[in-house]
Design a protein. Sequence first.
Lengths: 306, 184
Amino acid sequence: MTRRESSAIVFPKRLVDGENRAAALIRDALAEKIGGPSEARSFELLSGRPPRQPHAGRWVFAIGAMAALALFSAQSLLRSEQSLEPKITATAESWTPKRALPAARELGAPEVQPEPAQPKLERAPPARSARPDPAASDTASCAELSRAGKYEAAVQCYGHIAQGSSMAAEIALYEKARLESRALGRGAAALATLDEHGRRFPSGVLASEVGMTRIELLIRLGRGENALAAIESGLKGPLGRERGGDLQALRADLLSTRGDCVGARAALSLARAAGVHPSRLQTAEQRCPAADDAANVAPRSNQDAP
Amino acid sequence: MDASAGAAVDSVHALVDRCVAGEPAAWRGLHRHYHRTALAVLRRLGVAPHQLEDACQEVFLDVFQYLPRFRHEADFRTWLYRICVSHARVARRRARVASLLGGLLTSFSGEGGGQPLDEESASRKLAKAVDKLSEAERVVFVLFELEGLSGKEVAQIIERPEATVFRRLHDARKRFTAAIEEGG
């Protein structure tokens, strides 16, 4: 398969092809050599590893994660009592996987069940109490928690700030909804937070952003009819004036999904007129003008990958 | 697909078939052919230098173990990328958990092996900007922008529709560009 084969959606040009600072940085970085072991040395090490222990890595990880949680909880307790400095009780070596390469002759034999490379634990579980840390009650601290992957703590942090009525509270409420939706996968909670935002800050600085996010969330939750109703309502108000093109693009997509090609074409035309990037209209265009093409959209690979 | 690309795919098919047949030289050939690719994508996906060696070996262990199940329905390189994405995620998660145990592991210091990155190198700056992305955005951004894969290939690797790839890429670009601007 060649790189950048034509696909159902026409992606924009790659950043590297541009002329801005980001493009220059990517070009420079791609030109630099990636460090790491030499191929010969790596293959030698690979060949020398003893037979792989199925699931060993998962157990090592699970035990390690439990140890980390226990330690983290203990550290929190100790910190709250301000009696002891946290002590390091484990080393990096604890985390070195001890799995190994099967000999080539063994590879033709029936294998063990593929070990999923992605353990179910997607994110660090909540390790904090429900009461937010007062020291973390500013937006920068919340953002730091979010960057560190501590999404639960970040949501609590933003929730604490969002109790006020300032602009910071408005922004925090929006960030809370984004985290609930994108990081924690809690669509319903995110929707409730966005609804709360709409009630408390109907003319806030993020009103249009919240409106768009809410519609996109409804679509992701499979509530297409609700999304369409929200789009129709949005088109009549300030959201339509600010983000009319985006709304029409979403509307075209939804209408084309349910087979309403007349409505979809009208929405596509309005979206084009509003200057929406053609790549965002590709799916609806393919579904509607030529129904036969829809079958070719985004075929999924069914290869087994570990 | 042009003739040279077709020939390359054929040769990879042949190499894979020879590996499955148990030919030791073919294993070495496959490793030699894709070792740098795997190393580069793991590094760009945020695997710390001191973890690269181990992560790369884990990738090839999976390749060698599961290759008999590979049915040529997808491009081998796409399949390899999918394994790399899985292992990069695991490696990053391990690093995060390990950091909870006292910050013994550092993200990009190069401590303990690999090739340390120069403080001012472009790779270092790129890594810092990419680190601002969420896990999902990072994968899409790296595969599309840095590895040059098509949207369709990225969609196959992350097992999501192309529209999702596009949306994540859009978000990732905004965040990445902002990080570059902030970084000076």
